[in-house]
Design a protein around this ligand. Sequence first.
Ligand code: 1GP
Length: 253
Amino acid sequence: VSEILNDLSLSSKRGVAWLIDPDEFDFEKLEEEFFWQASRAELDLIFIGGSQGLTSGVDELIFALQQKLPSIPKVIFPGSELQISDQADALLFLSLLSGRNPEYLIGQQVKAVEKLRSSELEILSTAYLLVNNGDICSVHRKSETFPLLNQDIDQIVNTALAGKYLGMCHFYLDAGSGSDSTVSPEVIKAVKSAVNRPLIIGGGLDSLEKVQRCFDADADLIVIGNQAQKNPDFLIEVLDYKRFYNAALHIDE
Ligand code: 1GP
């Protein structure tokens, strides 16, 4: 998975991840056609996790996804250490650097180690920053931390760079699931050029215009959660758009 992310970062290609919240996902609702389309349209990664971090059914979910989309890497995006499953390919080992709650900076991570020591999961050290226009989201409520504001670009860049200096290799700027605002293109550009590492952007991406703004700003991988849950066809539209976007970049090169 790290290779996939590095490849996206080093090339000008853009990637798309589908985020599934196991607390809300209903497998039965999706038709065979959706899985066929997702595979055809080259979904890059599947993220599994949710900010509530409640469920214990992650193993079963990954098993079912493995039947439908065997070739797409499954990555745990843990809402808590309860959501770690060694059935996945990799784990985003996140530290919530935008906040100052020790439980989400290092507490949950230490609790996770016992499970991780005996697993073969690829561990992706990831600086995780909540960034939006001040919207309240579930990560904010659960972590009892406030997001950084899009307008505070220097503070966001400095926080991301602190993560880089601490040795983190991947960067995830998240506006929060279902957020009204998104991470701004100015923030994406500034962080990408400062860290020069794989940059993941998510939260509130519910239209192709918003996706395009992220791609244009140099996001390597965008994450679609809520809107795919509401309307699975939207994910396919985003994937088709990504292929078109990458093909156009290729022609320009
Ligand atoms: C949230 O980045 C993800 O953690 C995805 O957000 O559910 O709004 O797509 P959405």
